[in-house]
Design a protein around this ligand. Structure first.
Ligand SMILES: [Zn+2]
Length: 460
């Protein structure tokens, strides 16, 4: 059993493409089959290496591994030529020299007469030897197939065009290459976007003309933005890698996109194993799904809380590196991440939260410092500095005890000590539990930062 994902390298890996890839991948994994990655790069003007790289990077980041490929269509021109020659020889294809002007006029006339705009077959019997090559579509009968998502589909052959299978320069067209590839690669199930569904009956006729077995088909509905229009840049990121940059975990994104158009009861969170176990093409919704950024953030947060610590750190690494955070000079990253995971919605927030543990800062946030560091808080901070410097055992509990000691000694509430302490430690006031933070920042750095706060006050 084999499925495939066959993107055209004309941009990045789009979120809709990633979902199609996920569905095809799940189908293969569920059936203990194989998954093929095929790069449909026959459009040489629009295809780029940068785009190929972006697609491969996106697949890797998502963890959608493939057993075969990447296979490039541009490596297979000889094979396409062979099939085109075969169709010509069998009388199932023919050259057409109709001019653009004639085809345009034909289209206009048909439209004006209220008919379907299709080629009239005028070159079918001319025995030409140049021009484009068309497939001779049958005139009689009907094409019927059962789509896993859309159900039974049937269309009369009289409605179908004589499809162009080779351009006048001899290069094969999409509809020809996709049929040859899916046959040669022994694809059992073609999962793709439903923008391809109108081509499917014509492709089925090609299979039949070539005496090839048909694969199964599943045409997946598109993803819409929250306003009901097709998902595009104006709804937010559509590039899969932008989700990494924004701090999402690949598993959270996979969980999110599988739920766009597929469901299993009310269940929201699925492990990969559960996805493979429960996924069924027949349960994909027929209607388009709408993207909901808040749901994605909720899922991401729940994955940050629950996935293996080592996996979390592995994905955080990219964000730490992009902030030049060197975790070798400071507390154990495992401890820092544990202290942050319950209050981080994204890895961006988490990486921001890591900064205070590994990097010293040159100045405090001016607005907060003017509020928290004053002649009134000076004795509190000085008392804290002196009590903490006398501490022998440095941990959250002992630090907490000293904060409480300052509260009693100065006769103030916890907040009056905690707030300036938090600002002194973090520089920007953004920190979690203050005693845990102090433990992780370490004694020397904590004292240096408290001294910096005292100096700030004295400088006024
Ligand atoms: Zn013609």
């Amino acid at each position: 059993m084999k499925s495939r994902f066959a993107p055209s390298p004309t941009g990045y890996l789009h979120i809709g493409g990633a979902r199609t890839a996920l569905f095809a991948w799940l189908w293969a994994r569920k059936n203990n089959g194989q998954f093929t990655l095929r790069i449909e790069d026959t459009d040489r003007e629009r295809s780029t290496q940068a785009s190929v790289d972006a697609i491969l990077q996106g697949m890797e980041w998502l963890g959608l591994d493939y057993d075969e490929g990447p296979i490039y269509q541009t490596d297979r021109f000889d094979r396409y030529q062979e099939v085109i020659d075969d169709l010509l020889k069998k009388g199932r294809a023919y050259y057409c020299e109709c001019s653009k002007e004639r085809l345009e006029k034909l289209r206009e006339d048909k439209m004006a007469a209220g008919e379907k705009a299709k080629y009239d077959g005028c070159c079918r019997d001319k025995n030409l030897s140049s021009g484009v090559i068309r497939f001779l579509n049958p005139d009689e009968g009907r094409v019927a197939f059962r789509d896993h998502v859309k159900g039974d589909i049937e269309i009369a052959n009289s409605e179908l065009d004589d499809l162009i299978i080779a351009r006048s320069d001899g290069s094969p067209t999409y509809n020809l290459t996709v049929v040859v590839d899916d046959h040669d690669m022994a694809i059992d199930c073609v999962v793709r976007g439903d923008d391809h569904i109108n081509n499917t009956p014509k492709q089925i006729n090609l299979y039949t003309a070539l005496n090839w077995d048909l694969p199964a088909f599943a045409h997946v509905p598109m993803i819409l933005g929250s306003d009901g229009a097709r998902l595009s840049k104006r709804h937010g990121a559509v590039n899969v890698m932008a989700y990494r940059d924004e701090g999402f975990l690949p598993k959270a994104l996979l969980n999110y996109i599988i739920r766009l158009g597929w469901s299993h009861g009310d269940q929201e969170v699925f492990s990969l194993e559960e996805m493979i176990d429960l996924f069924d093409l027949d349960n994909i919704n027929k209607a388009p799904a709408s993207f909901n950024q808040e749901k994605l953030i909720w899922l991401n947060q729940s994955y940050i809380k629950s996935i293996e610590l080592s996996e979390l750190i592995q994905h955080l690494q990219w964000h730490l590196e992009s902030r030049s955070i060197d975790v070798s000079s400071g507390p154990k990253i495992e401890d820092v991440v544990e202290s942050l995971r319950d209050r981080s919605k994204t890895l961006v927030e988490m990486a921001d939260g890591c900064v205070m543990f590994y990097q010293d800062f040159a100045a405090f946030d001016e607005k907060q410092a003017s509020k928290q560091f004053s002649s009134k808080s000076q004795p509190v901070i000085e008392a804290l500095h002196s009590r903490l410097s006398a501490l022998d055992v440095w941990n959250a509990k002992t630090v907490h005890g000293e904060i409480q000691g300052v509260c009693e000694q100065q006769n103030v509430g916890f907040g009056k000590v905690g707030q300036p302490f938090r600002l002194a430690l973090s520089g920007d006031g953004k920190a979690g539990s203050i005693d845990v933070c102090a433990e992780l920042v370490g004694k020397d750095r904590t004292l240096a930062r408290l001294q910096m706060a005292i100096d700030y006050i004295k400088a006024f």
